[in-house]
Design a binder for this molecule. Structure first.
Ligand SMILES: Nc1ncnc2c1ncn2[C@@H]1O[C@H](COP(=O)(O)OP(=O)(O)OP(=O)(O)O)[C@@H](O)[C@H]1O
Ligand SMILES: [Mg+2]
Length: 105
């Protein structure tokens, strides 16, 4: 099952939306390619001028930012907006990727 929960009452800047799309697309691609997960969840919420994205899977973990260009690309794009990125992916899973980006006021 792949639930998507979106609570984003107002649009973000187009450049932020493009980055948000890249973050979720790359995270889901990684889940399909590498995780072995049976379930994944995507959550997007915006409040107080911040857009928070969370992509989680119940796969075997072990995501490594030095293992390819996708996770590095996520970090670089998020940093370009002065956003924050955290990745937790211990051996055995689960994997949780969270990004926070500026959105609105
Ligand atoms: N959700 C995940 N679960 C388990 N391992 C992951 C996950 N995401 C990434 N990985 C591991 O981390 C590595 C780095 O991911 P990254 O996206 O940077 O590179 P990639 O997917 O191998 O190549 P690409 O440059 O095409 O994105 C992967 O090769 C994989 O081993
Ligand atoms: Mg990748």
């Amino acid at each position: 099952m792949f639930p998507v929960i979106v609570d984003v009452p107002a649009r973000c800047a187009a450049s932020v939306e493009a980055t948000a799309y890249f973050v979720v697309a790359e995270a889901l691609t990684n889940i399909a390619k590498h995780s072995g997960a049976a379930h994944a969840t995507v959550t997007a919420r915006s409040r107080g001028g911040r857009l928070t994205l969370c992509v989680e899977d119940d796969g075997h973990g072990g995501a490594d930012e030095h293992g390819g260009s996708g996770l590095t690309g996520i970090r670089r794009r998020v940093a370009a907006h002065d956003g924050t990125l955290s990745l937790a992916s211990p051996p055995g899973g689960p994997t949780t990727l969270k990004a926070e980006l500026p959105c609105g006021s």
